[in-house]
Design a protein around this ligand. Structure first.
Ligand code: ADP
Ligand code: ZN
Ligand code: ZN
Length: 745
């Protein structure tokens, strides 16, 4: 009797993932059944023959092997979408560590009955002159910017998909209703409007520059020759990477295959998405995290039915059930949001490459500041590297200068605004141009601390300091805990307690800017001002419509939009993110500074960037000032090699969470011993030690980091850890894994 058993699922639906049935793999099929295969099995009392998918293969029988039924045959059908997704889930489970169920739940769409929605469109009822007049009217008032935005698009397009309007354009149904009542627009269902209004039509892109064309020709030539590869497109900001993607996408789609485009959530703004809609018409669909499960499922169904060929979205768009993917594009591939923060903690770049193998597709990674991983892979010949080093519209890169804030202080300027930056802002305001002020807030808490004993006020549930908001409330940014302001130190009773590092939060900067430039109008964009759906869009479009002179914000403002009237970008406290306790701090700082600088002078007006810093000699800041990626990379990879950090080696983070701190610590200690037993020479271990955030939502956190040049060794470490936990279960202790972590703990 064969010693192998297969767990089989008969219906691929999310709710039923737990309901697997075990079957025996008979001698005749031994070695021929693999995870993901579709097989024929006898089912139920009558042994009706039905098809199922193999989710897992093991040596252990769950029930009496003599009474376990046997698989009848393997129904191979490589074209099946589910089969590929199950194989992908299995790969993710093995590489990143999680249960098969969680891996499946990550890749398979949630099946929920959703009411089939009829396709509806918003159409413009006004003639050209009337519409232009209305638009002027709406633009004048802040309360009608959303109307103006919709009208602007409708003037260009005539009609728009209703879901596009409420989803991508972020315009509320109430706004549409108001416009209907004023007889400016009408909402019609598709059948009605198809007869009267032309369809959303495809448009050609601009004529490519010779640099863009050369890259397109090389990649598409290889594609036609049957070469499938991973390409890194390293192109400075505004160099026309998106046009290169679109041209290649066009060719793949024309050849009848499908394309997935990943972009970070934050750049999933309507400007970017509209470029795709304009180019490809309604063969494009988008996903974003605000869609409900039902809406997401609906999009996936459209993909399955071949109603669309291109899916654009954040990392989860990878799991779009296309049956023949030809190309996967990852824009801004360096973004840390491509790494999942839930088990399985996968990296979208790695999953995309695996998925591309399953479909015989190519992958294009694009960035102005590639991740150290990708650039290293390109240097080692694992990816093919292409470079765009000029801006597409011929605009020059901005002039970057640096202000040493230590010198400012020596000259008696205690403000966070240097004399140079202040003067430059004045100049722009006089010229009627716009300014962006970027505050590098990462790692900064704006905490409240005692000036006598140094104790800070912490969240009772998390090991992090609370930050004070303008209304005096102290808040925890991890769990949402709030309390009123404190008047005296709990530790020493001193009344000298107050917010530290004041003047560096976005709110404080906004206040300061308003008082220094009382005649300027200022907008702020940060986590606080973008809570509600649509906030982000409305701030950006207000700024884009020149309703404000200065936009103050966090890394959120770094991405996405082209603002032709922005000619000055000021970067305050450039080094703030260097102090983060994380081996990627230098990389992140460099990326943020270069991306922020890239916002200036996107159009014909020349741009200027002023970087304020306390550490002008630091390599990340130095190379950001000279915009020299190569120099940055050489220093960074040297440091990673020295300390065997990724990509010079690999690292598995094991997180041990517990309600009782001591229990977690001792569990972590024995776990570390067990998993490294006998392989100590081949791996290096850091910890166990308390995580940087020792406690989160009342759960204590211990970390073990295991480093090795070989991911297979780390996989075996992970398997041993899982086995240990299986046999030594503790009710209040939980472990999880993160391979090559991107985000700190
Ligand atoms: P990136 O993705 O590298 O930031 P984009 O593709 O967004 O660059 O291009 C930057 C700007 O240049 C956009 O406004 C785009 O429309 C324009 N552009 C890109 N390529 C061309 C081209 N070949 N001809 C004219 N304009 C172009
Ligand atoms: Zn005190
Ligand atoms: Zn908290």
């Amino acid at each position: 009797m064969s010693g192998k058993f297969a767990d089989i699922i008969v219906d691929i639906s999310h709710e039923n993932l737990d309901r697997t049935f075990q079957y025996r793999i008979g001698d005749a099929l031994e070695g021929r059944v693999a995870v993901g295969d579709r097989v024929l099995i006898p089912f139920g009392k009558g042994n009706r023959q039905i098809a199922g998918f193999v989710l897992e293969i093991s040596d252990k029988a769950k029930f009496d092997p003599a009474r376990t039924k046997e698989i009848i045959s393997v129904l191979s059908d490589d074209s099946l979408v589910e089969q590929k997704l199950i194989m992908l889930a299995y790969w993710m489970k093995t590489r990143y560590g999680s249960t098969m169920n969680r891996a499946l739940a990550t890749v398979l769409p949630i099946k929920k009955k959703v009411r089939a929605v009829e396709k509806r469109d918003v159409v413009l009822l006004l003639g050209a002159d009337e519409a232009a007049q209305k638009l002027e009217e709406y633009r004048k008032k802040k309360t009608t910017v959303a109307r103006a935005r919709l009208l602007e698009e409708l003037i260009r397009e005539g009609s728009l998909d209703y879901r596009l309007v409420t989803g991508k354009l972020n315009i509320s149904p109430a706004t549409i209703r108001a416009l209907c009542e004023q007889k400016v627009v009408d909402v019609v269902n598709e059948r009605v409007y198809r007869k009267t209004v032309t369809e959303y039509s495809r448009q050609d892109g601009p004529k490519l520059t010779s640099d863009q064309q050369r890259i397109v020709d090389e990649i598409s030539g290889q594609y036609r020759d049957g070469v499938r590869d991973t390409y890194l497109l390293y192109g400075i900001t505004g160099s026309g990477k998106t046009e290169v993607y679109m041209e290649l996408i066009d060719q793949v789609v024309t050849a009848g295959r499908q394309v997935i485009v990943l972009i970070p959530e934050i750049s999933l703004t309507y400007q970017t998405v509209m470029r795709f809609y304009k180019r490809f018409g309604d063969r494009v669909s988008t996903l974003h995290s605000r869609l409900s499960d039902g809406e997401k499922y609906d999009q996936f169904e459209r993909a399955k039915k071949h109603e669309i060929d291109i899916m654009i979205g954040p990392r989860s768009a990878l799991f779009t059930p296309f049956d023949d993917i030809g190309l996967i594009v990852i824009d801004e591939e360096h973004e840390h949001t491509y790494k999942s923060d839930q088990m399985p903690r996968y990296h979208a770049r790695e999953v995309a490459i695996k998925l591309a193998q399953l479909h015989n597709a190519s992958v294009i990674l694009g960035s102005a500041t590639p991740s150290v991983e990708s650039f290293n892979a390109a240097k080692n010949g694992m990816y093919k590297l292409y470079t765009l080093d000029k801006r597409a519209k011929g605009a020059a890169l901005p002039k970057v200068s640096v202000v040493d804030m230590r010198e400012e202080l020596k000259h008696g300027n205690k403000s966070v605004l240097s004399a140079d930056l202040k003067q430059a802002i004045e100049g722009r305001l006089l010229a009627g141009e716009q300014v962006m002020l970027f505050i590098n807030r990462r790692g900064l808490s704006g905490c409240v601390a005692c000036r006598s004993c140094g104790q800070s006020v912490k969240c009772p549930h998390c090991d992090v300091t609370l930050s004070r908001h303008r209304n005096g409330v102290l808040k925890c940014h991890y769990c949402g805990y709030e309390q009123s302001d404190v008047r005296e130190c709990k530790n020493c009773g001193s009344k000298l307690i107050g917010a530290m590092g004041t003047g560096t939060g976005t709110q404080a900067i906004e206040d300061m800017i308003r008082s220094v430039f009382p005649y300027a109008s200022v907008l702020r964009m940060d986590a606080d001002t973008t809570r509600q759906k649509g906030d982000y869009e409305s701030i950006l479009s207000a700024f884009s419509n020149r309703e404000a002179d200065i936009l103050v914000g966090t890394q959120m403002i770094v991405k996405g939009h082209d603002f032709p009237f922005v000619t000055l970008v000021g970067i305050l406290a450039a080094d703030m993110s260097l102090n983060a306790n994380d081996y990627r701090a230098g990389e992140r700082t460099f990326q943020l500074l270069v991306q922020a600088a890239g916002r200036a002078g996107r159009d014909s007006r020349p741009g200027e960037v002023i970087i304020q810093t306390y550490q002008p000699e630091n390599y990340a800041i130095r190379s950001a000032i000279t915009q020299d990626y190569g120099a940055f990379f050489e220093e960074e990879i040297g440091y990673r090699k020295l300390l065997s950090y990724p990509p010079a080696g690999h690292m598995l983070a094991i997180l041990v969470e517990s309600r009782e701190e001591n229990e977690g610590a001792s569990y972590a200690a024995s776990l570390a011993d067990v998993v490294t037993d006998g392989i100590i020479g081949r791996v290096s271990v850091i910890g166990p030690t308390a995580a940087t955030i020792r406690k989160l939502k009342d759960i204590y956190r211990q970390m073990i980091y295991v480093k090795s040049p070989d991911t297979d060794i780390l996989t075996s470490v992970k398997d041993r850890a899982e086995a240990y936990c299986d046999t030594n279960r503790k009710k209040d202790v939980r472990i999880s894994f993160d391979l090559d972590p991107v985000n700190g703990y």
